[in-house]
Design a protein around this ligand. Structure first.
Ligand code: SF4
Length: 707
């Protein structure tokens, strides 16, 4: 590893909190990573994953170093040159496109990709190859929140900022465990509460997590009943006079239909359906109603659901009827999972989007980008395949080739055995990744070695719309290349060299920001130099907003003018029934899945750090002692968790932290690092929310028995 010239400021590459880091080499020559006190999102703090980042950089034992390919599935992989690998991929893609049309190929990418990489891939596939078949693993975590924001506020936008934490006096944390999964945000909440004991924290979660333990009130609701609970709170706010009539009248539509909907169930009935104490429900509504600053935080418990969009809408409704949005300490705040999920969507990184949050289905938007990119043909008007749809299409031979970049779907997708079959049937698979620990590499016809964090330059946007510049600090090992360079080299092999020739990665960013001008996410005033000067900038930041005095827009909708056509926010009277697969006599328990404190996604990085593996070294099934007793299961016993699609074999942990009827498994372990028996997604279903296409990871019917 070549020596560092100086210390460099960057951003942690794990979660959407986007903590600032300072990377330097100590006197002993070792790389060190510290929290950056000048970064406004994290103020010098790092969690256990961030504090151990240097181990994943220093240990390169798992790195993919050279392009490899094989001419048939049974044949061994051969190291080849970049030219040979990319010419093969271009030849195969061109053959399929000629024979079956552009929709026969697809890219599946990652919220780990930098904004510039996302932009280039979108430009290539939507503008030049001629298909909208690009989706991202953010589909698996944020797409329900995206649709919820669009339907209620008129735009995919987090309206709040982290500084709203210190201005809030009531927190509703629902379907999230930020104490483990967004630790630095949670530390700010805890510090605020410690300094202001009157601050109230309500946690809604079927599990008693560390977040629930530090809350003033925990509502351990029955899985799938979130909307019933939100509606009951809405009803109580209306009945107790805790709504804001003038805000509702002047700035929202749909209140009367909403009012009628929430009145359909009594609060007693709602409490019974949710399985929570009526007194706790009343208390939660009272605290929210009395709040001067009401902030709701949520993640996958709402999003990863077959009714995920409606769960989001029913929560956002609570902010709209109380007018708790667009003012300090108030608003709905979806906590982003991946570090650059938001940046990816800004550049059009979903199958339905174009850069600047434009839509492929909008003719004017398509025309704008066709002119901007000078495309050789029209952009396709129909949305492309979403993440789960891609694998179904591979299985049915509707999709012939898939190029997977920096994500490991062979661990993270639901209904894994079906996905495994799809990948086995796929005619052509390209995997572009950093690590050979990714299970997906085993399915590749061509493997492309990518540069890792610190080895490439670009930008990311964190969960509070804050853009940070990540400089290149190290050279990539072997022949690994930055993802942006791989895409540009491939584009040239496809005959699009002129449109993909950039003197420097900053030129890609300059091109991207230009096309956001005039949109709600206008970042036309942002540049690498402006980012380096200000450390980070929150969008929107249009050209002309430059200046030492401002670093973008911290809070949206302070004028209460929303991004809908009539500038009013829309209340939605959504149905409250869950549509997950039903539990029955054969599969009477509900499995929910999630993350543990010290691991990140499929463990290709964090699983290599001994310190992080100490926390929870192996997956265990959390089961309530009552359910365990009925099945003769004792603590530590090996059990088989069986569902309609597969089985997992793990040790049981008896704990009252999960409510009766519920079991919990972490989602991190895959087949390659362990075995098929530990892969949680053998069990999960392929059901998705019809509006967001986000999978139903949080509700799978299973049975558990002694193995
Ligand atoms: Fe990294 Fe997230 Fe931890 Fe911050 S909270 S150090 S971004 S993993």
């Amino acid at each position: 590893m070549p020596p560092l010239k100086t210390s460099h400021k960057s951003t942690c590459c794990y979660c959407g909190v986007g903590c600032g880091v300072v990377v330097s080499r100590g006197n002993n020559g070792e790389l060190t990573v510290e929290g950056d006190k000048t970064h406004p999102s994290s103020k010098g703090m790092l969690c256990s994953k961030g504090m151990n980042l240097h181990y994943t950089v220093m240990d390169q034992s798992d790195r993919l170093l050279h392009p490899q390919m094989r001419l048939s599935r049974g044949a061994p992989m051969q190291e080849v040159s970049w030219d040979t690998a990319l010419e093969r991929v271009a030849r195969v893609f061109q053959t399929f496109i000629r024979k079956y049309g552009p929709d026969s190929v697809a890219f599946y990418v990652s919220g780990q990709c930098l904004t510039e990489e996302y932009y280039l891939i979108n430009k290539l596939i939507k503008g030049f190859i001629g298909t909208n078949n690009i989706d991202t693993n953010s589909r698996l975590c944020m797409s329900s929140a995206v649709v919820g924001y669009k339907m209620s506020l008129g735009e995919d936008c987090v309206p709040v900022c982290y500084d709203d934490i210190e201005a809030a006096d009531t927190f509703l944390v629902t379907g999230a465990n930020p104490a483990w999964c967004h630790p630095i945000i949670w530390r700010r909440v805890e510090a605020h509460k410690a300094a202001n004991p009157g601050v109230k924290i309500i946690c809604v979660d079927p599990r008693r997590t560390d977040t629930a333990r530090s809350a003033d009130l925990h509502l351990p609701l029955r899985p799938g009943t979130d909307i019933v609970l939100h509606h009951a709170v809405g009803r109580l706010l209306i009945e107790n006079g805790h709504v804001d009539p003038s805000f509702i009248r002047e700035h929202t539509d749909g209140f009367e239909a909403y009012r009628q909907k929430v009145m359909e169930r009594s609060t007693e009935e709602a409490a019974a359906i949710c399985g929570v104490e009526l007194a706790a429900l009343l208390q939660a509504a009272e605290w929210i109603g009395q709040a001067r600053g009401f902030l709701s935080l949520w993640t996958m418990g709402l999003n990863q659901s077959v009714i995920g969009v409606d769960k989001n809408l029913s929560l956002i409704n609570l902010h709209l009827i109380t007018g708790q949005i667009g003012k300090p300490g108030s608003g709905p705040f979806s906590l982003t999972g991946q570090p650059n999920a938001m940046g990816g969507r800004e550049t059009g990184g979903l199958a339905s989007l174009l850069p600047g949050h434009r839509e492929v289905s909008n003719a004017a938007h398509r025309q704008y980008m066709e002119t901007f990119w000078n495309t050789p043909a029209s952009i396709a008007p129909a949305p492309g395949l979403t993440a789960t749809e891609m694998f179904a299409a591979l299985a049915e031979d509707r999709l012939k080739a898939i190029w997977i970049i920096n994500t490991n779907p062979m661990v993270s997708m639901p209904d894994m055995h079906a996905v495994e079959q799809a990948m086995t049937k796929a005619r052509f698979v390209v995997v572009q990744d950093v690590s050979d620990r990714a299970d997906t590499v085993r399915f590749a016809d061509v493997v492309l070695p990518a540069a890792a964090w610190l080895e490439k330059e670009g930008t990311m946007t964190n969960a509070e719309r804050r853009i940070t510049h990540l400089p290149k600090v190290l050279d990539a090992p072997g022949n690994a290349l930055p993802d942006a360079e791989i895409i540009c080299r491939f584009a040239a092999k496809m005959g699009f060299e002129n449109a993909f020739s950039y003197p420097h990665i900053s030129a890609v960013y300059e091109e991207y920001v230009q096309c956001t001008a005039g949109t709600h996410i206008d970042v036309s005033g942002v540049s690498y130099s402006e980012l380096d000067k200000q450390r980070s900038i929150q969008w929107p930041f249009p050209a002309g907003m430059k200046g030492e005095e401002r670093s973008g827009t911290s809070r949206l909708f302070e004028d209460h003018l929303f991004y809908t056509k009539n500038q009013k926010a829309q209340l939605h009277a959504v149905a409250d029934e869950n549509a997950s697969e039903p539990a029955d006599a054969d599969f009477p328990l509900v499995l929910t899945t999630g993350r543990i404190r010290d691991q990140w996604h499929t463990m290709t990085k964090t699983g290599r750090v001994a310190r992080l593996n100490k926390h929870i070294p192996k997956p265990v099934l959390q089961i309530n002692p009552q359910d365990a007793r009925e099945r003769g299961i004792t603590d530590g016993r090996l059990v088989a968790v069986t569902g309609r699609r597969g089985q997992v074999t793990v040790h049981a942990q008896l704990t009252a932290d999960v409510r009766p009827g519920l079991v919990f498994l972490p989602m991190h372990w895959g087949k390659m690092l362990e075995s098929d028996a530990l892969r949680t997604n053998n069990l999960t279903s392929s059901l998705v929310d019809p509006k967001s296409k986000e999978p139903d990871f949080k509700f799978t019917a299973v049975e558990v028995a002694v193995f």
